[in-house]
Write a protein that binds this ligand. Structure first.
Ligand code: AP5
Length: 222
């Protein structure tokens, strides 16, 4: 129906721009952003049990065990806001077992956006990344510098953004990506994400609007 909310998955290598695109998509479409990386970093910084278990895996650039992440996402997806406003799942599923867990819950996306960026670009994006702990906004020292000196002063780096750890994160991504992509090949769209963020967003925005438009037409006919 017309008010059936959008269900979107976004995937891609480390630093392919998932978080950056999610900021823009959420602004425009009002979806609930469910980023497993952000959720886990929040657990770590508040020192919860989940955070204590996840910390070492994250800091070394390896994956957090499936059962921890699966329980976290299932809990978040079942909340009322996600059902009402639709969702944007970022960084999950990342393993075959995680994809299977969603199938068991009957969770399928309308579209699976795959951000494509050449390997050699990813290292620089990670090493230059800075985060604003106050707003959660993502910056880059060269490509997307902060708007003011005040913001610049408070920016932080992620412990897993060193060149060495990025390489190992990328390797882990490559080991898992084929299984994930084949699970969603029916709704997958690959996007050239080695272009300015506004240009990439223009393409994702068009794709999401098309889904909404098709629903409107279908509702009209019914
Ligand atoms: P997570 O936070 O998901 O990390 P990731 O997948 O490695 O992705 P990133 O956050 O590094 O990058 P991004 O694609 O969001 O890029 P961004 O927009 O920031 O996961 C972190 C860790 O948590 C994992 O290693 C694991 O330990 C754990 N974890 C998370 N999910 C898990 C799961 N499902 N299972 C198990 N463990 C899990 O952009 C990067 C930089 O590039 C920024 O500086 C940005 O300004 C810049 N940039 C963005 N777009 C552009 C552009 N178009 N042009 C130029 N620069 C750009």
């Amino acid at each position: 129906s017309l008010d059936e909310p959008l269900k979107v998955m976004i995937s891609g290598a480390p630093a392919s721009g998932k978080g950056t695109q999610c900021e823009l998509i959420v602004q425009k479409f009002g979806l609930v952003h469910i980023s497993t990386g952000d959720l886990l970093r929040a657990e770590v910084s508040s020192g919860t049990d989940i955070g204590k278990k996840a910390k070492e895996f994250m800091n070394s650039g390896s994956l957090v065990p499936d059962e921890i992440v699966i329980a976290m996402v299932a809990g978040r997806l079942s909340r009322e806001d996600a059902k009402e406003r639709g969702w944007l799942l970022d960084g999950f599923p990342r393993t075959y077992a995680q994809a299977q867990s969603l199938d068991k819950l009957n969770v399928r996306p309308d579209i699976f956006l795959l951000l494509d960026v050449p390997d050699e670009i990813l290292i620089d994006r990670c090493v230059g990344r800075r985060l604003d702990p106050v707003t959660g906004k993502i910056y880059h020292v060269k490509s997307y510098p902060p708007e003011s000196e005040e913001i610049k002063q408070r920016l932080v780096t992620r412990p897993d953004d060193t060149e060495e750890k990025v390489k190992s994160r990328l390797q882990i991504y490559k080991q898992n990506s084929k299984a994930i992509i084949s699970a969603y090949s029916d709704v997958m769209i690959k996007i050239d994400a080695n272009r300015p963020k506004e240009v990439v967003f223009e393409e994702s925005q068009t794709l999401l609007s098309q889904i909404q438009l098709k629903r409107m037409i279908r509702t009209d006919k019914a």
